[in-house]
Design a protein around this ligand. Structure first.
Ligand code: R5P
Length: 290
């Protein structure tokens, strides 16, 4: 039985102080439940509202990609320099120490390999229960707007959003560019808006011309994929432009782990995303660090 608390001295209800009603720091995420916001805070740094995600899920379509031949050696080494790891459940279970406590973006769609001419017919390869067992912060689903598998990829996305909403895990909608699509601003405006309207809480897309318009029209935070390997200075400049035009972060793979010095590159990207360095300053930082 609780003890009686008869003492009226020493209590201060601060009745003149308005109750704290802070808005959540991420665009479009104010109405989400506590659990989902908590998981999003594992991915995005609440101080800057941004994230550096390391994508290393390439093996699910490409096998042992250059730079990722040994996941167990490469990824834990880079993990300390990024906010979130994006990988498959096999890679996580086999190669990432469970003592890692930052964000996890779990690759949950699965499909055919790069040997297939049309890779747009994916399935949901990981269900929400396994995502929870892996303590995932969000579930990543590939969408193929304008490709033959468009409709089924949207079905995968919507089912995952529904499951994620039930359990408090966000869905990261990844915009894939099918072979038949061109990387135009018009395409990215369409695709990002669609995927956000289907309920994805985070959108991953490519940087493009007039990127500010893509950000403005998308009601959810956008992170950019790095794409094919660029010279380090160009990749840093692209990251800088994306951030200065409204991206909430980067989800970069090859431009980090295929860099001449991956660790220095991860740190330089971090400087752009969280510390306001521009492309030139961050490249100088990269050269000095490597
Ligand atoms: C590819 O299918 C994956 O979604 C990658 O995570 C994505 O392409 C990002 O990696 P990168 O920066 O190498 O393009």
């Amino acid at each position: 039985m609780a003890e009686k608390d008869n003492s009226s001295a020493g209590k201060d209800y601060q009745i003149n102080v308005p109750y704290s009603q802070e808005a959540f720091f991420l665009k479009g995420c104010n109405h989400l439940d506590w659990g989902m916001q908590s998981r999003l805070s594992q991915i995005f740094n609440p101080k800057t509202g941004r994230t550096v995600m390391l994508a290393f899920d390439h093996g699910y379509i490409m096998g042992p990609t250059t730079g990722l031949e040994r996941l167990d050696l490469v990824v834990p080494e880079l993990a300390e320099d990024v906010d979130c790891l994006m990988g498959t459940r096999g890679a996580l279970r086999n190669c990432i120490p469970p003592t890692y406590h930052k964000g996890i973006a779990l690759r949950c769609s699965a499909g055919s390999s790069v040997l297939d001419e049309d890779m747009s017919h994916e399935i949901i390869g990981v269900d929400v229960e396994d995502a929870i067992r892996l303590n995932a912060s969000c579930m990543a689903i590939q969408t193929f707007i304008g490709a033959p598998g468009e409709k089924s990829s949207i079905e995968n996305l919507c089912k995952t959003v529904d499951a994620g909403n039930r359990y408090g895990i966000a869905t990261l909608g990844v915009i894939a560019v099918g072979k038949q699509m061109e990387r135009t601003t018009k395409f990215f405006l369409l695709a990002t808006r669609m995927v956000a309207e289907f309920g994805a809480q985070i959108i991953k897309t490519y940087y493009c011309e007039d990127f500010e318009k893509v950000v403005a029209a998308c009601p959810a935070p956008i992170v950019i994929a790095g794409g094919k390997k660029l010279p380090e200075a160009d990749a840093l400049e692209m990251a800088y432009r994306a951030i200065s035009e409204g991206a909430a972060g980067v989800d970069m793979g090859r431009n980090i782990f295929q860099a001449e010095n991956p660790k220095a590159m991860a740190r330089a990207i971090h400087k752009v995303v969280h510390d306001g360095l521009d492309g030139k300053q961050s490249y100088e930082f990269y050269l000095a660090t490597k």
